[in-house]
Write a protein that binds this ligand. Structure first.
Ligand code: ATP
Ligand code: MG
Length: 141
């Protein structure tokens, strides 16, 4: 049953939305067995992006990352599947599209380590934080 399945927070990043890859990425997600539990098009402010990526605030690329993430609309998604967190990261491929596996989303849709098309939560705790960052409990069914 969907309500007992693991969920992950996925983002179709501004580069992929601008490239009109949203539909293709959603098709890949559903084709791989993920159910869309909640979905919204959002234009993050710089502060929204900083709050979302707060774990990376000490990293040298933090300001570029949050500028990019607030540069245009993103699609935020709650995806459900057995083992959703790990399986979505596998479908996305490595952070750097040049290193990402053949057939992965980042290999197909990403252009650089920064413009890498998609995001996925990296663990149960981050998934809980990130789902809650974008969606109200009711929207998650
Ligand atoms: P995400 O969290 O977006 O799913 P990830 O978990 O594969 O990606 P993280 O280490 O969490 O990678 O980095 C978050 C994001 O920061 C990456 O998706 C990427 O866009 C950007 N990033 C990571 N490393 C670098 C880097 N060395 N230079 C520039 N940007 C980077
Ligand atoms: Mg990450």
């Amino acid at each position: 049953k969907l309500e007992f399945m693991e969920r992950t927070l996925a983002i179709i990043k501004p580069d992929a939305v601008a490239a009109r890859s949203t539909g293709a990425i959603l098709q890949r997600a559903e084709g791989a067995g993920f159910s869309i539990v909640a979905m919204r098009l959002v234009r993050l402010s710089k502060r929204d992006a900083e709050g979302f990526y707060a774990v990376h605030r000490e990293r040298p690329f933090f300001s570029e990352l949050t500028a990019f993430m607030s540069s245009g609309p993103s699609v935020v998604l709650a995806l459900a599947a057995p083992d959703a967190i790990k399986r979505w990261r596998a479908l996305m491929g490595a952070t750097d599209p040049a290193q990402a596996e053949e057939g992965s989303l980042r290999r197909e849709f990403g252009r650089s380590i920064e413009n890498n098309a998609t995001h996925g939560s990296d663990g149960l705790e981050t998934a809980a934080f990130e789902l809650n960052y974008f969606f109200r409990g009711l929207e998650l069914g």
